[in-house]
Ligand binder design. Structure first.
Ligand code: B16
Ligand code: MG
Length: 225
């Protein structure tokens, strides 16, 4: 799909974990505990490959790395245990955990009537948003409960655009995971990567974080400002 460079941005889709809040550390701690029970020391490099990946796909990857072959029933049980640990860790979240620049960017987009959506693989998105004081901020929330295919499939972002009533080419996605950048590009959207440029090199632009990321800059990235 050709990118439309004539129109200003009408919708911004935010990933949750790693963009709005650093919950990756909680996912990592919870998965590490379970991997240890399989005799596997989960590394930070492993954890990078789990970003943006659904819970069940993550547990399958870890079993593969650990060289174990549990039944689907056992995998589901392990994933549930991991989630219980993860939710306990998320209990400490407050609005102070918002990553740099996010609160300002959300306020600026709202003030300029740009639609905002959440596009996350997490099934805990509503809980996390509530802890962060963001329950009423997003026009649209599409999470792991509302899609069939997980990133890098574009379903989550296409659904967010449809619900915002904005054409995909007029949306920008903000993501921290390679799978999320691929999903955004497959949806025909512009992609801003937050994090390591070596990992997020497919994004239109990569920044260390959202500090100083403005609506004007998003339009420059889209090529219209
Ligand atoms: P849950 P995102 C993703 O969220 C995380 O990056 C990934 O590590 C996690 O496994 C996935 O959500 C599922 O999360 O277990 O809470 O349903 O980055 O797409 O917002
Ligand atoms: Mg993420």
């Amino acid at each position: 799909m050709p990118l439309d460079i004539m129109h200003k941005i009408e919708g911004v889709i935010f990933d949750l974990d790693g963009v709005i809040v650093d919950t990756a550390q909680f996912h990592y701690a919870a998965w590490k505990k379970l991997a240890k029970e399989w005799g596997y020391a989960l590394s930070l490099e492993n954890n990078e490959q789990l970003k943006g990946v659904s819970r069940m796909d993550s547990v399958r990857k870890i079993a593969h790395w650990a060289g174990v072959h549990p039944t689907e029933e056992k995998l589901a049980q392990v994933a549930k245990q991991k989630n219980d640990t993860y939710l306990k860790l998320c209990g400490q979240l407050t609005p102070d955990y918002l990553l740099p620049g996010i609160a300002d960017l959300l306020a600026q987009l709202k003030a300029n009537k740009v639609r905002i959506a959440l596009g996350s693989a997490s099934k805990n998105a509503h809980f996390v948003l509530k802890k962060l004081g963001l329950s009423t901020v997003f026009d649209v929330v599409v999470d792991g409960n509302s899609v069939i295919h997980s990133k890098p499939n574009p379903e989550v972002f296409l659904k967010a655009a449809r619900l915002m009533k904005v054409l995909p080419q007029n949306c920008v996605v903000i993501e921290d995971a390679p799978a999320g950048i691929e999903a955004a590009l497959a949806a025909g959207m512009h992609a801003v990567g937050l994090g390591n440029p070596n990992e997020l090199y497919k994004a239109h632009v990569v920044l260390p974080n959202a500090t100083n990321l403005t609506m004007k800059q998003l339009n420059i990235i889209k090529g219209v400002a």
